[in-house]
Design a protein around this ligand. Structure first.
Ligand SMILES: Nc1ncnc2c1ncn2[C@@H]1O[C@H](COP(=O)(O)OP(=O)(O)OP(=O)(O)O)[C@@H](O)[C@H]1O
Ligand SMILES: [Mg+2]
Length: 246
């Protein structure tokens, strides 16, 4: 079995008095493709934000590669640079992640933060040509792009850092079929090269092909099922409002 990456021990999270995630213990391993499933508001985004070290457990502990992931450890600049270079997150709402005056600067921001030189940054941009039609956007202001274009820019910015763990919050939502297929191909090749992909999604089509493992959360924020993505029992899907019954 591969190396444990994230270990969660009794992790719960509340926004003020509102429960977002109830006590959760689990191990996520290197190289896994994990789908986070559950109805709106069950806690998927909250879990991704916890794994990204953007928020911290109200109770319980998260370890990354055997090291506690906390405000204190992330205050340490060497752990922070190591963690931020390893773990990339693409937000559910891409506009919240875009802040540079041009797409090109947006994509170059992460690699520059890592201290890469101009030539290396340019190489990373060239590497991302597989996200096609990005080139025509490079000079544009990210805030004025369409939702789907913004999502592709965010993905390019995350991939430019070359993280080994990708936390993806509904990465293909609102994308046209061509862009969705393109991103799925990229994710498949990243997984093949050993990257870990943890993805919140509402898409059940192709689940067993795109993921190894699925975690299902109930509307009251509990992990109710954890197993092989192709083997989720129908009653688990039905009870947790994951089926389209229209
Ligand atoms: N910033 C916040 N302040 C207060 N409550 C919040 C905040 N963000 C989320 N919540 C609440 O926490 C719970 C979990 O939200 P979360 O965004 O993690 O759900 P989700 O599973 O990602 O849902 P969706 O499928 O709609 O994206 C919800 O009840 C939500 O209303
Ligand atoms: Mg969400």
């Amino acid at each position: 079995m591969s190396h444990p990456l994230f270990e969660l021990k009794n992790v719960s999270f509340l926004y003020g008095k509102r429960n977002a995630l109830r006590p959760l213990s689990l191990t996520l391993r290197e190289g896994e493709r994990v789908a986070l499933l559950g109805a709106n508001g069950c806690g998927k985004t909250t879990l991704l934000r916890l794994l990204a070290g953007l928020i911290f457990p109200t109770l319980g502990e998260i370890h990354y590669f055997g090291k506690p992931l906390s405000r204190d450890t992330l205050d340490d600049s060497s752990f922070r640079s190591f963690f931020r270079a390893q773990v990339g997150i693409a937000f559910q709402h891409p506009e919240a992640q875009l802040f540079c005056p041009t797409v090109e600067e947006e994509i170059a921001f992460g690699p520059r933060q890592m201290g890469l030189g101009q030539e290396e940054v340019r190489e990373r941009l060239i590497d991302l040509e597989e996200i096609s039609r990005l080139e025509s956007l490079l000079e544009r202001y990210p805030g004025e792009l369409s939702g789907g274009e913004q999502r592709r820019v965010v993905m390019a910015a995350v991939l430019a850092v070359a993280p080994s763990v990708l936390l993806l919050d509904e990465p293909t939502a609102a994308l046209d079929p061509r862009s969705r297929a393109e991103l799925k191909r990229i994710f498949a090749s990243l997984a093949k090269s050993g990257k870990t992909l943890i993805t919140a999604t509402h898409e059940l089509t192709g689940l067993e092909r795109d993921y190894d493992r699925a975690l299902v959360f109930s509307e009251d924020h509990l992990l109710v099922w954890d197993g092989s993505a192709g083997e989720i029992p129908l009653e688990v899907l039905r009870e947790n409002n994951l089926l389209d019954l229209s």
